[in-house]
Ligand binder design. Sequence first.
Ligand code: XCC
Ligand code: SF4
Length: 676
Amino acid sequence: MTELKAKTAVKAPKRADPAESSIDVATREMVARAQRLEVETVFDRAVTMKPCAIGMQGICCKNCAMGPCRLPFPKGGFDGEDTRKGLCGATANTICARNFTRMIAAGAAAHSDHGRGVAETFLSVARKETDDYTIKDPDKLLAIAPYFGVETTVDVDGEVQDRTLDEIALEVAESAFSEWGKAEGSVKYIKRAPKELQEKWEKWGVVPRNIDREIVEIMHRTHMGVDQDYKNLMKQGVRASLADGWGGSMIATDLQDVMFGAPSPLQAEANLGVMKEDHVNIVVHGHEPLLSEMIVAAAQSQEMLAKAKEVGAKGIQLSGICCTANEMLQRHGIPPAGNFLQQELAIITGACDSMIVDVQCIFQNLANVAKCFHTKLITTHPIARMEQENVLHIEFDEHHAMEDAVKIVEMSIENFRNRGAEVMIPRHKSSQIAGFGVESIKYHLGGAFRGDYYTLNDNIINGRIRGLAGIVGCNNARSKHNEEHIEIIKELIKNDVLVLATGCSAIAAGTHGLMTPEAAAVHCGPGLAEVCETVGIPPVLHLGSCVDNSRILLAATEVVKAGGLGNDLADLPAAGSAPEWMSEKAISIGQYFVASGVYTVFGYHMPLDGAPVFRDYLYKEMEKMYGGMWDCEPDPIKHAHKMIAHIDKKRKELGIDKARERVLMDMADRQALGME
Ligand code: XCC
Ligand code: SF4
């Protein structure tokens, strides 16, 4: 026994192979550097720790203390009846569906609690309790007011007059804030969906009442001994996911736009190479632009620049990780230093003077990595603290937001003095055009006279654009970093599918050079390349952070409204995908895509294999209800082609499959004639 112990003690810990860790050279370099410095990263842990085989199947129940009950699906299947039961009699379907809906609850809660914070801050703005935030985009406020039942004009003695912005803001803020807990009615933004889709939701009884209630009800229904019918459980799962996508997330996006401005296209860079050795490097990581907007303003002030020079730095380089990166990129052109799996690596450069985090997707291991360098790791949100003693907590409050931001920036500047000699920033970075949104797509792809999405629709109908794909979601240490994202996106654009990207997927696309207009000539099929070149857009449009998936829903709704492509999102030649998903938020997103009529394919793996009947319900039956359904395909090329096959099926149903053949033939003919 002691001998055995001694043996394991001397055995060197397994390490990841840097070349296998990522398709990105900067990431590989940093993984190798971490290993040289003996700093452990997620990549190493992924090779030493295997995922639990029972959990992978989605059939472990620990919802009461008579369990955990584990109901693995036997390798060879069942000879006769599936008699698996937990102590209480819960079937594999029930357990799997309970676990799945709880993932939706957690994901919807994360997005929507973020949204609540935004609504709360907007209420402070409207009540004039803070000067740090203002209304930067009054047009957006006027555009959303009607959905909250707020009039933008008033009738004075038979004359229509504009109401003041202050009045409108206050009413919108109060109405928006009440979406989380109102006693009656239903989530208001549901009315923004195409009519046919709303009717489906009514028919299946999944129109969300208020945002919080749907999440709470999942927790109730999945408590031991409550809902024991996977279909009924999923009904609630759908309802909560809609409260996220068409509720909490959509309100978050809109009110962020009102306060910080709706994004418009801009040029920026991406990847770890954006950090600068001779600058103070502040890396902001997490999800909420409430904080990062203030950090951006503080870091760009002359006063802070002067302070940075005092400590010997040439300036302040701000960059982001995960969705905070996307928020700062979309509105200010601040570059992302990386996506989810690159968070530890930004510190491993040795040049990260501070990493500021708020909520979601933050590795606790950041604290351990920060210990090996001079980096100050600062938590800022009351609901997200870390136990390690080297982590600083500076609580951020919207009432003195700028003050907090200045304090954080000053501390980062001061920490530049503590830089060690061991700095190594990878040289790799790419340039990209980001900053797209519903409004800017309208501007770029709208018709000159008819406005709206006419030109986009026209190009879909004539077949130059084969269809649309929403590629979203995380990285996952169980798959090679960025590989699935990039291979799937490349395969789609090669086949003339225009890609709308958000979250860490969008950062991957930017990092690998797919978000430049020039990428069209290199990677796209002839139809899509022609459209991109004509209107000057990249073949992959950056639509923002994960709450901004609501922008994809609204862009698709605009396409339906512009006409010629059916009456519902389910009619569109479109598909969704989360190639390297890991977060419960991705499950909520996937579910609201599916329930909105979108065929949605996840990569890696889904925790459903232990309950094939429930899995088939998601993969097949849901289509009959909502027009969209789940699927899973780890192989990136097959994954892309499943999406393309769905797009082609929809083109056929719309009767526009022939048009595409004609266009491509024309193009080939023209090429043959030397006209291209
Ligand atoms: Fe997190 Fe939003 Fe996933 Fe990236 S994509 S790993 S959730 S940061 Ni949202
Ligand atoms: Fe087991 Fe039922 Fe308790 Fe779940 S709820 S742990 S299946 S007894």
